[in-house]
Ligand binder design. Structure first.
Ligand SMILES: Cc1cc2nc3c(=O)[nH]c(=O)nc-3n(C[C@H](O)[C@H](O)[C@H](O)COP(=O)(O)OP(=O)(O)OC[C@H]3O[C@@H](n4cnc5c(N)ncnc54)[C@H](O)[C@@H]3O)c2cc1C
Length: 597
């Protein structure tokens, strides 16, 4: 194994990025027109990178497996994006965002990358506002902020519960401008299956046109992988069913090191599992913990009565409730970091205080917030002696303005009105912090192969801090990669177009064609989902919220057995040379079953 060189520039922490930018090699505008870049993934990280690189003058090809970049999983992000703007005047600064993020990342993130992230965070907000992203505003018109778990300031910018969607529309609009100029060629419904290396450098990819099944070769002077997270290894997660590891894993197989695959974020506020018919879990944004109070009954009898439907949570008095986060962590209360909140919920449920049928849920209650906001509103309207009904009506309006779409989503899924009865929540797999190792330049251990966003091993504190993943993806795409990749490409201005009729492309294509044919012709008896669900259960039970050596060892051997069974007995209907969604899934599940071993 080689030595990992982080390539962090010299000098004081706060000056590194500025000094770096002042001294890197640049590519002049005329030469940029002769350089091709492939961007795999057009979520926030890839979309932002593609738009910026094309704006700079490079020729960009983008790839995504959805029918439009707008459908990348980034669209699901609800709560918000951090930036050290200190609009609130509550003591925030670049240093504090840096400090919180490093601490939130359990001191595993690279400090120099995180400092740079905190530095450029404020630019992201300006950039997105300029694109027209409709961030929430206060009455006076200024951008609003809310706080997230694990921090003591309000630095999270948001667009109702749809922050990711609005940011993605901004990045997509920026991409579209370049598609229109012919600077981006957008390949939708295309899946990257391999990285092609020539003389040790990433020089292209093998992709499959998912509509026709055709295998294609694409060359470039550099390849950027922005393929998102792989939480789907747990089958049930808050990620889209398509979120997969294939691109990152294939880069790994070609020599890019992988870091921290054990490191998965379990989000504390998700709608609990309701049965074995589900293919996905739904996140209730962490922003809800700003106003929702988490509790379980103090007495086991009450928990049992609620589970059996003999008692309603609203019948329990304040004294009969255990607001266990407020009790155990008085300074952060309900806004403790995600891992702390998740473990505490599991601990209460394991101890027998869970409140849904399976005993794996706790309450997230808005009654206090509704009352507090209602009283405040009444006073603001000159009503100093409001009735209880008036208070609830006014308070409900405030809560609906802040979180309306999330409450609606909850009611649609659970069929219970969260304004009237507390929500039930439980932790679920949410974000993969492990990924492809990258240096300060976001370059992997394959020269010319850059990895950004959730697909890399993360600079940020997303294991515990919310709203830092969007920040990282956009920082990488808009403000970091466009500089660092130029420094690398400055050596390529005389290289000319990279041919695809070479032995390296032949070999990589053959490998993928053989693999697809093998899966399609397997003639087994069990569906891909059968194996995926089994993999997910092993992962959740033995490699989930709590882990020990014995379970991890048995998980490794169970997954090995499962993988052998998969190759023996998976059934993939249809052909490899046509549109075949089962085949797409089979390839992804095969890659997922390798990732943690
Ligand atoms: C429900 C939910 C809510 C969240 N809320 C927040 C929040 O409020 N704040 C926050 O900071 N973070 C949040 N996150 C995390 C954040 O949304 C993600 O980490 C981030 O959006 C990932 O962006 P990305 O660009 O790296 O990847 P993605 O948006 O997942 O994009 C991946 C792209 O790669 C493409 N792709 C993948 N594999 C291939 C392949 N083999 N070939 C071709 N294309 C491929 C896909 O088509 C897609 O275009 C949330 C996550 C979830 C699940």
């Amino acid at each position: 194994m080689g030595i990992l060189d982080s390539k962090v520039p010299a000098g004081p922490l706060a000056n590194k990025w500025t000094d770096y930018k002042n001294h890197i090699d640049l590519v002049n505008p005329a030469n940029k027109r002769n350089i091709d870049i492939i961007v795999v993934g057009t979520g926030l990280a890839g979309g932002a990178a593609a738009a910026t690189l094309a704006e700079l003058g490079y020729n960009v090809k983008t790839f995504c497996y959805q029918d439009s970049p707008r459908r990348a999983h980034s669209i699901a992000a609800q709560g918000g994006i951090n930036a050290a703007k200190n609009y609130q005047g509550d003591g925030d600064s670049t240093y504090r965002l840096f400090y919180d993020t490093v601490k939130g990342g359990d001191y595993r993130s690279r400090e120099e990358n995180v400092y740079r992230l905190a530095e450029v965070s404020a630019n992201i907000i300006d950039q997105c506002v300029a694109q027209g992203v409709p961030f929430a505003r206060e009455y006076g018109g200024l951008l609003d902020n809310r706080s997230f778990g694990g921090v003591l300031v309000s630095r999270t910018f948001y667009a109702k519960g749809q922050t990711g969607q609005q940011l993605l529309l901004g990045a997509y609009a920026a991409m579209n401008r370049q598609i229109n100029r012919g600077k981006i060629k957008s390949y939708t419904r295309h899946e990257m299956l391999d990285v092609v290396k020539i003389d040790g450098k990433a020089r292209g990819i093998i992709a499959r046109d998912l509509k026709t099944g055709k295998i294609e070769r694409h060359s470039a002077h550099a390849v950027v992988i922005a393929s998102g997270g792989y939480g789907n290894v747990f089958f049930l997660s808050t990620n889209a069913m398509g979120s997969n590891v294939t691109a990152a894993w294939k880069a790994h197989k070609r020599g890019a090191y992988f870091a921290n695959p054990c490191y998965t974020q379990i989000h504390p506020t998700c709608i609990p599992v309701s049965g074995d018919h589900q293919s996905k879990l739904t996140l209730m944004s962490e922003s809800l913990r700003n106003d929702g109070r988490i509790w379980v009954p103090k007495k086991k009898e009450d928990a049992i009565a609620i589970r059996e439907g003999k008692k309603k949570p609203t019948e329990l008095s304040e004294e009969e409730r255990d607001y266990y986060l407020e009790r155990r962590y008085p300074s952060f209360g309900n806004l403790v970091p995600r891992d702390v909140a998740s473990r505490a919920a599991k601990e209460r449920c394991d101890a027998g205080f869970g409140v849904n049928k399976t005993g794996e849920a706790v309450f997230l209650d808005f009654a206090s917030a509704i009352e507090r906001y209602g009283k405040e509103q009444a006073v603001m309207h000159g009503n100093h002696n409001p009735s209880k009904e008036e208070v609830i009506k006014l308070g409900t309006e405030v809560v609906a303005n802040k979180y309306g779409n999330l409450f609606e989503m909850y009611e649609k899924i659970v069929d219970a009105n969260p304004y009237k009865t507390p929500m039930m929540i439980y932790p679920a797999v949410h974000y993969t912090m492990g990924g492809v190792w990258v240096d300060y330049n976001l370059q992997s251990t394959i020269k010319g192969c850059y990895v950004t966003g959730e697909a890399n091993f993360s600079d940020h504190g997303a294991n515990r801090l919310g709203a830092s993943a969007l920040m990282q993806g956009l920082a990488d795409g808009y403000f970091v990669l466009p500089y660092t990749i130029g420094n690398y490409l400055a050596d390529d201005i005389r290289t000319g177009p990279i041919p695809t009729d070479t032995k390296e492309f032949d070999e990589a294509e053959k490998l993928q064609v053989d693999r697809l044919n093998k899966l399609a012709n397997n003639n087994g008896t069990k569906s891909v989902d059968h194996f995926h669900k089994k993999l997910g259960l092993i992962m959740w039970n033995k490699c989930g919220m709590s882990r020990n050596a014995k379970d991890l060892e048995s998980a490794i051997s169970e997954i090995k057995e499962l993988r052998e069974e998969f190759y023996r007995d998976v059934k993939v209907p249809g052909d490899a040379n046509e549109m075949n969604q089962e085949l797409e899934k089979a390839g992804r599940v095969a890659d997922l079953s390798l990732i943690h071993i």
